[in-house]
Design a binder for this molecule. Structure first.
Ligand code: HEM
Ligand code: SF4
Ligand code: SF4
Length: 382
């Protein structure tokens, strides 16, 4: 094995000259000789199982990194040091490459590059579509109160086909992307234990705890659990809203009970709780994002992160406003605004920040599969 000095000299010669994958490989060679951050997260134990870092290894490690910032603040080789080691930034740059490379259809991978603009255009398009549909069906934006009867405005079958198709397309695109990523990894047999541990890591966001339970870094080297907490509100809020939609579909088709549902019914309770989570979570994440240390992550991806966060916030805000005012003459307008926002969210799910959920879960699963196998190197702690 080369000494740290020799590796670092070699790395400095290569610095800045290669692709994002080359840059992660360069930094991993330095980290693999240093290993100070070995206990911080899953990335470093996974790194110690390797001496070479090919594109597949780098894609895996990049999606395993949670951008917590701990290794940047701990690093003696971080900028302004000439070795310029900034693992969270290098990993973030590769994550976007991963999303674009495995995207389906492949040509749509380019949508990740100017994603803030893509989401803004999709939202404007969704809103325009539903406002035109509203004017075409009723000739006016306002109306006499309809006791919350959404289907007097837009027929249920039309909404079912439209949103069913958008949802199936998003699910298919994400599933094909994840399958392409997984095929390139070939991690070996997947045990039930590995699946359970990976699910726990994803649901608890284990690796946003900085390796010691105190949380991650935001604007400076202080540790905070805030990002993990706001993410939990966002993630579980999203799941509850999704559950509300599933239960409402079951009520409609299975029990023959169409909307509107009373405030104490299961779909409305799930939707209200989820909507509140999806309101406060994205607001908290945005507040942290605006204050994040300038060296964390990839500045070129901030529009993608922020646009997705705003779209989630807008989805829950318009949904809760619709619930509160569904008995008034503004219901049709609010419904059109909410449906346009949800359509934009569904259609852009596979081509923006949401992709992180799929690739991160796949990387966490590979980590749990790999750590159950004996290391070929017998060097690391894991
Ligand atoms: C279980 C799968 C998921 C995992 C493992 C995960 C993990 C993470 C991690 C580690 C971050 C911080 C680093 C980064 O900016 O990339 C993050 C950010 C974010 N996640 Fe997730 N996530 C998951 C699912 C979701 C879902 C389902 C949503 C919402 C629908 C969501 C919304 C967000 C948002 C809005 C951010 C941006 C925060 C920011 O830029 O400050 N995540 N996620
Ligand atoms: S990030 Fe820095 S301190 Fe941590 S292992 Fe790499 S070189 Fe060492
Ligand atoms: S930023 Fe955090 S999660 Fe990413 S490699 Fe560094 S310590 Fe691990």
């Amino acid at each position: 094995m080369q000494s740290l000095d020799a590796l670092a000299r070699e790395a400095v010669a290569l610095a800045g000259g290669g692709s994002p994958v080359d840059e992660v490989a360069r930094q991993m060679q330095i980290c693999n000789a240093c290993r100070y951050c070995e206990t911080f997260c899953a990335v470093f134990p996974a790194m110690t199982r390797r001496l070479e870092f090919g594109a597949g290894d780098v894609h895996y490690l990049a999606n395993l990194c949670h951008n917590c910032g701990a290794c940047l603040h701990a690093c003696q080789y971080a900028p302004p040091h000439e070795f310029a080691v900034n693992v969270p930034r290098a990993m973030a740059q590769v994550r976007r490459e991963t999303y674009a490379e495995y995207a389906w259809p492949r040509a749509f991978g380019a949508l990740y590059r100017r994603n803030g603009l893509v989401l803004a255009l999709a939202t404007a398009g969704g809103l325009a579509l539903f406002l035109v549909l509203l004017l075409a069906s009723r000739g006016t934006l306002g109306h006499a109160p309809l006791a919350g009867d959404f289907y007097a405005i837009f027929p249920h079958a039309m909404l079912g086909w439209m949103f069913g198709a958008a949802f199936l397309f998003a699910t298919l695109a994400l599933a094909i992307g994840a399958a392409r990523f997984w095929r390139g990894q070939a991690p070996g047999p997947v045990s039930g234990g590995a699946v359970a541990e990976a699910a726990r890591n994803a649901l608890a966001l284990t690796y946003l705890d900085g390796g010691h339970g105190d949380g991650c870094n935001e604007e400076d080297d202080a540790f905070t659990l805030a990002r993990r907490r706001w993410h939990h509100f966002t993630f579980y809020g999203f799941l509850l809203c999704f559950a509300a939609t599933c239960v409402a579909t079951l009520y409609h088709y299975g029990l023959g009970r169409p909307a509107p549902y009373p405030l104490t019914s299961l779909p409305v309770l799930l939707g209200t709780l989820g909507g509140i989570g999806l309101l406060v979570g994205p607001a908290g994440l945005m507040w942290l994002n605006l204050r994040r240390h300038p060296l964390h992550g990839d500045p070129r991806q901030r529009p993608m992160d922020r646009a997705f966060t705003v779209l989630l916030f807008a989805t829950s805000l318009t949904g809760l406003a619709l619930l509160a005012l569904r008995g008034t003459g503004a219901m049709a307008l609010l419904l059109a605004i909410h449906l346009g926002t949800v359509l934009a969210l569904f259609l852009t799910l596979p081509y923006g920040k949401f992709a992180h959920a799929v690739y991160r879960v796949a990387a966490l699963l590979k980590y749990q599969v790999e750590r159950r196998q004996a290391s070929r190197l017998q060097l690391g702690s894991d």
